[in-house]
Design a protein around this ligand. Structure first.
Ligand code: PLP
Length: 435
């Protein structure tokens, strides 16, 4: 049997946090509520590992929910942050770093001519939607079920991630009229979106989606489906928005749009783009981006947007990712993990399905194929919770929800991958004996 880790200090810290912070956390996904545990309080991170305040060490597959593709505390980023710290942390005036990072992004993304920096992924998608509405002079948007685009009002309808983890459909506080302008269709399904376009052809400002999902676990709809969306939006004068907050700079340097060679009209970025600092960005074709203030009429602003500390961390991270070798390495580690875990599933005849794209993966506790949000909701969530608990106790830190993606960072070694495969086998074997 597995020994239980001591989490006494975390328990105490959580009790105190709950007194002063709603739910004790500043973002619901951290609360561990779906796995019937309490969150682990972190002391520090180094490379592929996290250390909690009780002194436990974990091999990490959360990557701070995506940003830490280089691992924790990478020297390249630390160095730039220290330099900037000497100069000052915020000016609210332009710096050359902002242009440098924007230029680098346009290098990586052929569909992007101009980039506007914001402070989170939520702000990026919110602003992209406003811009799409302003630019097309239309109100409605189509969102795909199970995709999460941050907590902006228009997008908080049938969203994945924390909303799915908590088992709720939307949120009180989002007005009926706002929700009515958002039409939700199932992921990976052409007929329903065709029908919506037939009915509302000249009213749809944009279709927004995660081109490969992470926020209902990893689901890759494939190139044909994304080509179909590119086509149908073009035919109807709607914009296609790829929310690559998670997949951007992650599954490939140029995100899903590089992988599948598709040019969306607008893209939203976040996570990796800030290298662990709070950053988001929206970006796209010049004609559309020039519609943003001060050159255009669509207003969007930010006191801390393009903040020099954040830009330094982002730029240092993106510079490391310039070398495509990083992605080849991540792919090879991912492939090794995939082969190992699939082998475990096979050997144990375990009811689970493994999905992976590059360094993003999810183990679904399902006997059936997983192609959309309903399929994820039909997974054995109790079995997932049991798996999660045993993995944590084996020193493997993963997202505490079936509706999330795991991430492999550059810092994870071949040895770490082997350890993970071994632990996965032990845990699945133990769970199987109880099925
Ligand atoms: C994380 C995420 C967001 C929201 O980003 P925040 O920085 O948490 O606001 C939006 N879209 C996708 C696809 C994400 O994964």
């Amino acid at each position: 049997m597995l020994k239980r880790l001591t989490m006494k200090k975390s328990k105490h810290a959580f009790k105190k946090a709950k007194k002063f912070i709603p739910g004790g956390v500043n973002s619901p996904a951290r609360a561990f509520s779906a796995v019937d545990m309490e969150p682990i309080f972190i002391e520090r991170g180094e490379g592929a590992y996290l250390y909690d305040i009780d002194g436990n060490k974990y091999l990490d597959y959360v990557n701070s929910w995506g940003p830490m593709i280089l691992g924790y505390n990478p020297p390249e980023v630390k160095e730039k942050l220290s330099l900037q710290l000497e100069k000052g942390t915020s000016f609210g005036a332009p710096t050359e770093i902002e242009t440098e990072i924007a230029e680098l992004i346009t290098d990586f993304y052929p569909a992007v001519d101009k980039v506007r920096m914001v402070n989170s992924g939520t702000e990026a998608t919110m602003s992209a939607i406003r811009l799409a509405r302003g630019f097309t002079n239309r109100d409605k948007i189509i969102k795909l079920e199970g995709c999460y685009h941050g907590h902006g009002d228009s997008l908080l309808v049938d969203a994945g991630s924390g909303i799915a983890t908590l088992g709720i459909k939307g949120s009180p506080g989002v007005t009926k009229n706002t929700a009515l302008e958002t039409i939700v269709v199932p992921y990976n399904d052409r007929l329903s979106i065709k029908k919506v376009f037939e009915k509302f052809s000249d009213q749809i400002a944009a279709v927004i989606l995660e081109p490969i999902t992470g926020n209902m676990g990893v689901i890759d709809p494939g190139k044909d489906y994304l080509d179909f969306l590119r086509e149908i939006t073009r035919e109807n004068g709607s914009l296609l928005i790829f929310d690559e907050v998670m997949t951007g700079f992650r599954i490939a340097r140029g995100g899903a749009q590089e992988l599948y060679d598709i040019k969306p009209d607008l893209s939203a970025f976040g996570k990796i783009i800030g290298g662990g600092m709070p950053v988001g960005a929206y970006a796209g074709k010049k004609e559309i981006m020039d519609y943003v203030a001060p050159d255009g009429p669509v207003y969007q602003a930010g006191t801390l947007s393009g903040n020099p500390m954040a830009m330094q961390a982002g730029l240092a991270t993106l510079k490391e990712l310039k070398d495509k070798k990083v992605y080849a390495e991540l792919e090879s580690k991912g492939a090794k993990l995939e082969a190992g875990i699939k082998n475990n599933i096979e050997k144990l005849q375990f009811p689970a399905v493994f999905h992976r794209v590059g360094s993003m993966f999810t183990l679904f506790f399902s006997e059936l194929e997983v192609k959309n949000y309903q399929d994820v909701k039909n997974c054995d969530l109790e079995l997932f919770a049991a798996y999660f608990k045993e993995m944590i106790n084996s020193g493997i830190y993963m997202p505490p929800s079936q509706f999330e993606a795991n991430f492999i960072s550059r810092a994870i070694s071949e040895q770490d991958i082997e350890t993970t495969i071994d632990k996965n086998y032990e845990v699945l074997k133990h769970l199987k004996s109880k099925l």
